[in-house]
Design a protein around this ligand. Structure first.
Ligand SMILES: [Zn+2]
Length: 829
């Protein structure tokens, strides 16, 4: 009797407990899919579930730029929850990332990432219903699985979309394609606050969302990772297996399990009569996506794409004759999410054994990547390695032999101090993906850039060695200290890196007057290169806190300033020379809006605000006619399409601004908007003698081969060697060679009137990545960076945008030089 009584009490309690967990619809008060839920409501729902279910824990892992919480839930049985730390450690131990004996790794660790692109908004809705099903009807799966669910990777972007839609949508929603609720305004909800595409940022981790997510990711190292997306409204659902090209480090098992997962989804889709496709469009090469990054970290990394996107709203008529609704989109994403967990649980043991095997890196060709050069650039690279928890060390006074990145062939490199990153560590395959000289492509038709190698991105000399290089020297990263002295004529600082530029920006913001030398000079027996900063007492006479500000800022930026008692140079210009120019603290305007690429505007905005930490005023490009440009010294035009903005009167206005001493900096496609305009000498390179020939050949190309044949005109993010005029202020701090990341095939002639600062010479050297033959031919004798004087001012052309995705570290000083050092010696009248 007692036993029966206890049974009923237990049953009653269980029912009570389950009853307390409401479904998302019960909790939020509307059927999921009939509204777009705001991020705060999604967070409230996850909190509700975690509070009322012992199967779920939920925590914040960071905040976005707009202070929204970044969160993740862990879903597994309560027994597993009590043992969670051991499960986590056992998984890291089997890879060699951690040492210890925390038990057998036998749980499938599945990570589901929703809504990295904010306006692909069905997936966050799907996360709530998926969570509810996992803890109710599917809870028998949880015994063998730990599921990590990030309901919204990009809350700022998603709320931008959801709030906009909620404001403009009709009630009931209007499915007509022309309705305003299907026409999202610039910049759209896809990117994050700084308009970065977070699905291109995993490897570079420039954004706070990525940086904070990687910390949790590295703690867990899941076996399966799904990134939920949306695509055009007419497309069937897309799921694994992925398209070619694959990166060569991807194992047979990773491909095979993608196929098994795809087959499991197909069962459900076929049963419901839902269309899908696989193996097209979404490849696995560029290492910075939510599918490739986890793949290169040993997981089965996948992208799932539902039709929808910023156009679809709550429902829209498709061109295929049916209405696509949010309810359907949610159902599809829920189905693939659950099916992924199901098949992973069935294969939990195999997932673990294959995951473990992935981390054996004995077969990699290159054993060590050895890098030397500017210490600030090495430090920046070390910071990136830290974000991925990739190990590195240092070697001193040696010589490494192997593939030499500078000569682009076999060679050697001697060094005093070098950073060594070896592949004999658990994350060795990711090291290979990031550093290898040239990724092998099975087809050039990729979704993204085809080259990213970090030695060039960080402006370092490097050798890839097939034998292991020992690293046991002490770190060369030192704390620099400036000793302020009262009896000085001034201080001298070097100009070699972005860190120096950040220091200068800090000084200018504090109102310190700074000069730079256009010529090399020797002071007190020490040689200084062009661009060296000179801060004189006489320029800052009124500042009683002069020494204090300098030492505070040099400590903050870890810079050394050398005090000197004399402004007399034993060689080169003295401090009072006209070749030692005072730097005007420039007031900067940056164009934004429809005419600009949101990615380029965002990257530039981010650079000023977060990297340089120097004030910038963003101006809507369509208001250019009404803006008083006299309030500014510099006008930055991000990449864009300025056809309608640059009408005759606005062009005159811009030219007057420049003639009066202003400076225009045009990035990427903005250069094209100025090409051929009266008063601007920039011209498109139409060259490429074999263009016509190849066009003719293409006419005989069979229909089925056309797509591949057209690649002769492509450049898909590829690295080129350029020559640099090191005497021009825009190039100060650089050697005479620079490796530029070229994103497209646009090509411009050398400037007849003006300075060619960096250029591709007659012989085109494409050191990594794909470039079609026709496109490559056109790059011969083409401009990369240049300055044209106009009246008292300048127009700066930057054909390749060094701020792209914030990852081409070594290009950023060119941009900063254009701002602070180029034709900036005189103050505007
Ligand atoms: Zn997407």
């Amino acid at each position: 009797m007692l036993r029966i009584y206890s049974f009923f009490v237990a049953l009653f309690l269980t029912t009570l407990l389950t009853a307390q967990v409401q479904s998302p619809s019960e909790f939020l008060g509307y059927e999921i899919g009939t509204q777009f839920s705001r991020h705060s409501d999604v967070v409230r729902y996850f909190e509700h579930v975690a509070k009322n279910s012992d199967l779920v824990t939920y925590q914040e892992y960071g905040k976005t730029n707009e202070r929204r919480p970044l969160t993740y839930a862990v879903i597994t049985t309560s027994a597993n929850h009590s043992n969670l730390e051991n499960i986590r450690k056992a998984n890291l131990e089997q890879t060699g990332i951690a040492t210890g004996n925390s038990g057998t790794a036998d749980k499938a660790i599945v990570w589901l990432s929703y809504n990295v692109h904010g306006n692909e908004a069905s997936s966050t809705e799907a996360s709530m219903v998926t969570l509810y099903e996992l803890i109710t009807s599917k809870k028998e799966w949880l015994k063998d699985a730990v599921i990590i669910m990030d309901p919204c990777v990009n809350p700022d972007g998603r709320d931008r979309y959801a709030n906009w839609f909620n404001q403009v949508a009709s009630t009931p929603y209007d499915p007509a394609q022309v309705a305003a609720e299907h026409d999202e305004p610039w910049p759209g909800g896809r990117p994050n606050h700084y308009l970065f595409d977070l699905n291109r940022d995993w490897a570079w981790a420039s954004q706070v969302e990525s940086q904070q997510r990687l910390k949790v990711y590295n703690k867990w190292m899941p076996h399966v990772h799904v990134d939920f997306h949306e695509q055009g409204i007419n497309n069937p659902y897309y799921f694994a297996p992925a398209a070619e090209p694959y990166h060569e480090i991807i194992t047979d098992w990773q491909m095979d399990f993608q196929t098994q997962i795809g087959a499991n989804h197909a069962r459900y889709f076929d049963k419901e009569g839902w269309l899908f496709f696989t193996r097209e469009s979404f490849d696995l090469l560029y290492p910075s996506y939510g599918d490739t990054y986890p793949t290169f970290m040993g997981a089965i990394g996948m992208t799932y794409e539902q039709a929808g996107h910023g156009r679809a709203g709550l429902g829209i008529h498709t061109d295929r004759g049916y209405e696509l609704t949010l309810v359907d989109r949610v159902a599809h994403h829920k189905t693939t999410g659950l099916s992924t967990v199901e098949i992973s649980v069935k294969n939990a043991a195999k997932l673990n054994s294959e995951f473990k095997a992935y981390f054996n890196n004995n077969n990699l060709k290159y054993k060590s990547y050895v890098l030397s050069g500017n210490v600030d650039n090495l430090k920046a690279l070390a910071d990136l390695m830290d974000k991925h928890e990739i190990n590195y060390g240092f070697a001193s006074n040696g010589k490494a032999t192997g593939f030499n990145y500078t000569s682009n062939g076999q060679g050697s490199m001697s060094y005093d101090t070098a950073m060594v990153i070896s592949t004999d560590q658990p994350k060795g395959k990711m090291v290979k993906a990031l550093f290898e000289p040239d990724a092998k492509l099975s087809t050039p038709l990729t979704y993204d850039i085809t080259a990213w190698n970090l030695p060039h991105a960080y402006g370092l000399n490097a050798v890839a060695s097939t034998s292991l290089v020992r690293a046991n020297a002490a770190s060369p990263f030192k704390t620099n200290i400036t000793t302020a002295s009262t009896n000085v004529a001034g201080y001298i600082g070097k100009w070699n890196s972005l860190d120096d530029a950040q220091f200068l920006a800090g000084l200018l913001k504090e109102g310190i007057r700074v000069r730079f030398s256009e010529q090399p000079f020797v002071n007190n027996g020490v040689s200084y290169e062009r661009g060296s900063l000179i801060i004189t007492k006489s320029d800052n006479l009124g500042r009683e806190d002069f020494n204090e500000v300098l030492s505070t800022l040099s400590r903050k930026h870890n810079r050394t300033l050398t005090a000197t008692t004399t402004s007399f140079a034993s060689s080169g210009p003295d401090f009072g020379s006209s070749q030692v120019k005072l730097i005007n603290p420039p007031k900067i305007a940056l164009l934004k809006g429809d005419a600009t690429s949101s990615l380029s505007y965002g990257a530039t905005w981010y650079f000023f605000e977060q990297t340089l930490q120097y004030p910038v005023t963003s101006i809507n490009a369509d208001k250019l006619g009404r803006v008083n440009l006299d309030e500014f010294d510099v006008l930055v035009m991000p990449s864009g399409w300025y056809g309608s903005v640059l009408n005759e009167s606005n062009l005159d206005k811009v030219k007057d601004f420049v003639r009066g001493g202003g400076k225009v900096i045009a990035l990427a496609n903005a250069v094209g908007s100025l090409a051929g305009k009266s008063g601007f000498s920039i011209k498109r390179n139409t060259g490429g003698s074999d263009t016509e020939k190849s066009d003719k050949k293409e006419n005989l190309t069979p229909y089925a081969d056309r797509e591949n044949a057209s690649t002769t005109n492509f450049i898909t993010g590829s690295i080129f060697k350029t020559k640099v005029d090191t005497t021009h202020p825009m190039a100060f701090g650089y050697p005479d060679t620079y490796y530029s990341l070229k994103l497209g095939s646009n090509s411009y002639s050398y400037l007849d009137r003006g300075y060619n600062v960096a250029w591709i010479p007659e012989e085109v050297e494409n050191v990594a990545g794909f470039a079609g033959e026709t496109a490559k031919g056109k790059l011969s004798n083409s401009l990369i960076f240049g300055e044209e004087r106009m009246g008292r001012g300048s127009v700066i052309y930057m054909v390749d945008d060094p701020l792209f995705r914030a990852f081409w570290h070594n290009g950023k000083l060119f941009f900063t030089n254009a701002i602070f050092l180029t034709n900036n010696g005189k103050f505007r009248l």
